[in-house]
Write a protein that binds this ligand. Structure first.
Ligand SMILES: *[C@@H]1O[C@H](CO)[C@@H](O)[C@H](O)[C@H]1NC(C)=O
Ligand SMILES: *[C@@H]1O[C@H](CO)[C@@H](O)[C@H](O)[C@H]1NC(C)=O
Ligand SMILES: *[C@@H]1O[C@H](CO)[C@@H](O)[C@H](O)[C@H]1NC(C)=O
Ligand SMILES: *[C@@H]1O[C@H](CO)[C@@H](O)[C@H](O)[C@H]1NC(C)=O
Length: 606
């Protein structure tokens, strides 16, 4: 063949046009052409600008499916999805590309075995082979890819046993559903995986994942698989320590709440006693009557009247319980709370959260905070300020109470859960697309900016912003919960230890909001106050490998990469700089981004 002349000519032109840029070696280009020939591109070859010939350069001639490093013009990604490619995947050739990080040939008609040579792609981080007709078993060498993060081989005809993936310490997700793998589920580093499925294969034996991170959906459709995630229990099983522990925690939750509630009722009774001496007797007899009728449904109704009598006699302290009038909990009485069963639904550094459902009433959430060094008057003043300010995206407090040891806050229960649960909970098939995420970011930023503005003079920031404090109302509108509860109080007498300058806590809110943005963008949960996630994102962004940080669901959805990058920049501004922008500024940036997004949805232009 007379390939030489066009090659020389091509190089000459390239040299003239892009003299500083160093393109891939000709041997790599030749190998890529062989790789594509074996993939049988069919009619694609006639597509204008297709490239993939030995006379052009993959980067400078922009071969279809190839993405190159901006600076040194080496190939980073080969993405050939939905090209009706048939034939076989020649790893030996494609791995000649030294710097190849991403290889995707999903949604084609490729067949044959996965070659042993897959391990020659030493730098590969992403391998997507789903929706093809691959056959045979996975070569063991696939576990020799030291940098691989994502492997997706679902919807193929793979058979045989899965190799031991626990060697792949950088792996973040593995999807192999809808194949015909047999044998046991091998070990993985489940703790670090954020996605995993081996559903619909012919795997057998126990599920090795003891972290409980993945539920039945990840394992379903394997008739001989057993484990606590599935309906099929494994034959020999020791007593389940974990669920016992959980039962114990829930039970102790009940006990604790019973105690709190008893104290509260005592105090309430005491207050009422002072005001209406005569009423007390009638009411307590009514209560006793209703108790006997209800004793089966309620765990904390017994012994209450006894306790309250004692307290009344001892004189007690005056009640600090404030029940605010609210249309949602209209007519809610504190006694109703006490009679209702309570369930521990969360436990944090500073307090616990209980779900309480008063009879015939709206369920509420009781937040109990211990050891908050704030005087009762300060607390009351603070709550009055917070309660005065209303915003549709801030969950209002419906009642609060304060004693020296603890503070209680009552909110209406939001059955649609939190942002944390939506992002990181076990998949319920809910789609949380880019438009919704951006809308949420915009609403929450607006609400936070509003609260900051209104409470600036009182120095009350949110103080504990995180994705589990962003809840969804019935209409799925997001709202901020627990505003103003946790920040360290500046009236605390002790100046030396954990006192934080109060102005810093507004900054801390902005920082925390930045972390929430990162969670929205990456789909990853946050540990250690987000510093790990923030560090990871900044490092990836510095490597100009921005797309890697985004939640794959967003990429798959085809979300605007440009706007995702802008939101990421906003997040990094909130997190990285020592002088973060004010919340109002952040809200304005996100709001205009959101408007842009909405405009793009209504216009037909992509
Ligand atoms: C090779 O691909 C380049 C880029 O698509 C194209 O311009 C050129 O015409 C092709 N050359 C041949 C010989 O097909
Ligand atoms: C090109 O740049 C990438 C990323 O900066 C680097 O990893 C790679 O080693 C470079 N390749 C060459 C040949 O310089
Ligand atoms: C695979 O090939 C079959 C028949 O040749 C065709 O109907 C189908 O559309 C192809 N699939 C893809 C994803 O191109
Ligand atoms: C896909 O390729 C096969 C064989 O190369 C061909 O028969 C079929 O028509 C192609 N289908 C499409 C949708 O291009």
């Amino acid at each position: 063949m007379d390939r030489i002349r066009p090659v020389l000519w091509g190089f000459f032109v390239l040299f003239l046009l892009y003299s500083p840029a160093k393109a891939e070696d000709q041997s790599v280009i030749d190998a890529l052409v062989v790789f594509m020939d074996r993939l049988v591109p069919g009619s694609m070859q006639t597509t204008p600008g297709w490239g993939w010939n030995t006379s052009s350069d993959p980067c400078t001639s922009k071969w279809v499916g190839i993405t190159c490093d901006k600076d040194n013009k080496t190939i980073k990604k080969i993405i050939l999805e939905k090209f009706n490619l048939s034939g076989t995947l020649d790893f030996e050739s494609v791995c000649k590309v030294n710097n190849l990080l991403v290889l995707s040939v999903s949604f084609n008609n490729i067949t044959g075995n996965l070659q042993q040579e897959v391990s020659s792609c030493k730098r590969l981080t992403h391998l997507y082979l789903s929706e093809n007709r691959f056959l045979g078993s996975l070569p063991d060498s696939i576990t020799d890819l030291p940098n691989v993060k994502r492997i997706v081989i679902s919807n193929n005809g793979f058979t045989g046993q899965l190799p031991d993936f626990s060697r792949l310490t950088s792996l973040l997700s593995f999807f192999a559903q809808n194949n015909q793998f047999t044998g046991p589920v091998p070990p993985f580093n489940y703790r670090q995986l954020d996605g995993f499925s081996v559903a619909n294969n012919d795997l057998s034996g126990p599920i090795p994942d003891d972290t409980g991170r993945f539920d039945a959906n990840s394992f379903a459709g394997n008739l001989q698989l057993c484990g606590k995630e599935l309906a099929v229990q494994c034959p020999v099983k020791k007593s389940n320590k974990k669920s016992k522990l959980r039962d114990f925690l829930i039970y102790s939750g009940y006990v604790v709440l019973v105690c709190i509630v008893l104290v509260l009722i005592a105090i309430l009774a005491c207050k009422k006693t002072k005001k209406h001496h005569r009423d007390v007797k009638t009411r307590s007899s009514v209560k006793n009557g209703s108790d006997s009728g209800r004793s089966s449904g309620s765990k904390n109704s017994r012994a209450r009247s006894e306790f309250s009598t004692t307290s009344v006699e001892s004189g007690g302290v005056s009640s600090s319980m404030v029940v605010l009038s609210s249309p949602v909990v209209n007519g809610l009485k504190f006694e109703d709370l006490l009679r209702a069963p309570a369930e521990l639904i969360g436990r944090g550094k500073h307090g616990s959260l209980y779900k309480v459902r008063p009879d015939n009433g709206v369920p509420v959430v009781v937040k109990r905070i211990k050891d908050w060094k704030i005087s009762r008057d300060e607390f009351k003043k603070r709550l009055q300020k917070i309660v005065e300010i209303k915003h549709p995206n801030v969950l209002p407090v419906v009642a609060y109470y304060s004693s020296k040891q603890e503070k209680l806050l009552v909110y209406e229960f939001q059955q649609n859960g939190s942002l944390f649960r939506l992002l990181h909970g076990s998949q319920t098939g809910q789609i949380f697309g880019w438009g919704s995420r951006l809308g949420l970011a915009s609403s929450i930023a607006g609400a936070l900016a509003f609260m900051h503005h209104e409470l600036q003079a009182d120095l009350i920031p949110h103080g504990n912003l995180k994705s589990s404090n962003i809840l969804f109302k019935d209409n799925m509108e997001p709202c901020l919960s627990e505003y103003g509860l946790m920040s360290i109080d500046h009236h605390d007498q002790d100046l030396t230890n954990d006192r934080i300058p109060t102005t810093a806590t507004f900054k801390a809110d902005v920082h925390a909001f930045g972390v929430v943005l990162l969670e929205l963008l990456t789909g990853k949960p946050v540990q250690d106050n987000g510093s790990g996630l923030a560090k990871w994102v900044s490092s990836v962004v510095q490597e100009e490998w921005t797309i890697e940080v985004f939640d794959r669901a967003l990429i798959v959805e085809g979300a605007s990469e440009e706007r995702m990058v802008v939101l990421l920049q906003v997040a990094l501004k909130c997190i990285n700089t020592s002088t973060p922008p004010a919340m109002a500024e952040v809200a304005a940036m996100i709001s205009s981004l959101n408007e842009e997004e909405e405009r793009s949805m209504t216009s037909s232009d992509p």
